[in-house]
Structures are given as structure tokens and as C-alpha cells.
Write a protein that binds this ligand. Sequence first.
Ligand code: FMN
Length: 364
Amino acid sequence: MDTYRQIVRPILFKLDPETAHSLAKSALRWKRPWSALGPGDAVAHPKLGLDLAGIKLENPVGLAAGFDKDSEMLAAFSSLGFGYTIPGSVRPKAAGDLPSPKLHRYPDRQSMINSQGMPSKGAHYVSRRLEEFRRLDRTTRVITNITGWTIEEYLQALAAVEPRSDGIEISLSCPNETYDETVDFLTPTRFRSLVERLNERRRKPLFVKIRNYNSDEEKDNRFELIQLCLQLGVDGVTLPGSHIAAEPRLAPGRGNLSGKAVFGKTLQNVQDVYRATGGRLPIKALGGVFTARDAFEAIAAGASAVELLTGLVYEGWSVAQQINRGLLELMSSHGIANVVELRGRSTLELERAPTTRAASAVAH
Ligand SMILES: Cc1cc2nc3c(=O)[nH]c(=O)nc-3n(C[C@H](O)[C@H](O)[C@H](O)COP(=O)(O)O)c2cc1C
């Protein structure tokens, strides 16, 4: 029996989404019950291991930024079989919450929309939590997501959390805190200055989380940033399929749509960037990854690894184990040796026969 889907989820979904979210987080702050559950063998199978821009992962399934904002649940997620987790977004100093309502579920579409913004207990608090996790000596890798309004803020956050992280991810400000792209780091000149300054200080792999686009103009901007990533020696990009949408039930009247509703966009983005970069840039894909089939398609479209947040809300605590187990089965039935060999397979097939499987995967 699937205890989460049959018993826990119906109870949580009767509650208001913010209350349910806080309850789930409180439960995941406990270490013991989750370590008793154990991740199972599948999550450490050699066919699932990979080198992500120099970071050795036991498996390609990560927890996306935004659930464990202050790095308080690392032990639980490690016990639940995630190959890596992304605490954050972390700000240099503590920052408060945005007004409620800021979370709404669409159960019929297995999706959510949020206007949470980026509240944070601050980089020094997170640094202490990362230090505690290091002492547990787990194999799960930690790529800490940092953000800020100025380059100095990013540098302060970097200095505090990088020594205790395996890698750093930057979010170029929050899609639901500013809708004005000229004040954030999506502007190519500001983006270049930010990455150049981070490059002077950083010692660990750097990933850039590139906000999705809603227009051709925004799409051109994102591809310019991706070319800059290649030029500036960024180690990888994180590509979310989630995007801003109207929702009058949220306090600001709109938010960031995530979950199954955006999975088609996720696949399309991954495939476009994989092709535009010739596979030279490792890609972490997210937005609607729930199942092994989703992960298989995202990696086949060009991702090196996949991460999720809404999938955890809908599928529950065994989501990483189920994806890893299913990936092993799917690779075996397709005659694919491992996740490294799977990467970009649908893109190669598309180049050979433009109307076949990969094209239908994009339309998914
Ligand atoms: C409640 C919530 C909070 C989030 N907070 C952050 C955040 O602090 N920083 C960030 O980069 N992304 C944040 N995100 C975006 C997710 O990392 C991810 O890009 C998005 O939800 C799409 O993935 P999913 O469909 O698997 O949820 C948040 C998403 C949700 C639903």
C-alpha cells in the first residue's frame, strides 16, 4: 500500500496548502523516523551514478531549491534516497515572508502555484546547519542555492555557505518578487559582472538557475545568458519549466506555476539548450518531474540530472526511491547501460528522424 498517496496526502490536501506545507516541513526536520525508513538499494546502483560538473552523485535525483530553504532537513532527504539536495534560496541576511495567501494547489492538474518569494534565516544560520550535516558524513551532495539584490549580497552568501557545500547554485532573483527584469540579474551586462565577481572568489562548481521565458524576447535573453555561461566557465545550468501565471487567489494575483502542468515546457527547454550548447553544459532539469518516466525523458532530452519540489508534494517521501528504481528498469528495457549513456539520446534520435519519439516527447 502507498501510505502517502492513500492516507497522508488526502489528509494534507484537506488542509489549507500553507498549513500542510508547514506540517510536512516540521515532520521532515526530524532525523530518526526517516533514517529508520532507509533509502533502499536502488538509489546507490552504479548505473545511476554520475559526475555532475565534478560533483560525484550516487544518483541523478535532487530536491529542488525552495522546500528546505534554511537547510534544516538535509538528513531526512539524504535518508529518503535523493542523490543531492538544494537548500535555499539563501540570502546573506535574514529576510521575512511575503503576504498570504501565497500557495495554491491544482489537484486535477497535479500542479501548484506559489508567491512565496525568498524568505531566509540568513547565510550564517544555514552555514551552521550545513556544518551539522557534514558531521553525519552522508553521501548525498549539497548544492546550496544563494540569491541577492546586489553583487555584494551574493558574495556574502557565497563566503558563508560555500565552504560547507559541494557546489553553489545562483537564482537570478525571484520570479515572484520582481516582475521587472531590468532590476535583476537577467540583464546580460549585470549577469556578466555577477558571474565574473563570483568566479574570482569561488572554489566549487557553479550552477546558474535560469528563469523560464514567456515571450520570444525573453527566450532570446535566456539563450544569451546561456552563451555567457559557456564563455565565463559556469559549470552547469538549472532549467525550470515553471513560469509566472495569473492566480487571483494568491495575494499578489499571480505566482510561479509548477508541477505536471509545466513538464512539457521543461522537456522543450532542456532539449533546446542541449542542442544549442552541443551538450557541453551540464543541465539540471526541473518542473513537473514526478515519475521515473519523466526523469527518463528529461535525461534523454539532454539533462544530466533532474530535481523536483511539487513531485514531493504529490508523490510523497518515496518519490526519489521510486524514480531511481524505475530508471533502472527503463534503462534495462531500452538496452541503455547507465544514466550517462542515456543523456541526450532523444535529441540524437530527433536529428536522425525529425518526426519520431523526441518530437512527441516535447509535445507531452
Ligand atoms: C513553495 C515553493 C517555493 C520555492 N522557492 C524557491 C526558492 O526559494 N528558490 C528557487 O530558486 N526556487 C524556488 N522554487 C522553485 C522550484 O525550485 C522549482 O523551480 C519549481 O517549483 C519547478 O519545479 P517543480 O515542478 O518540481 O516544483 C519554489 C517553488 C515552490 C513550489
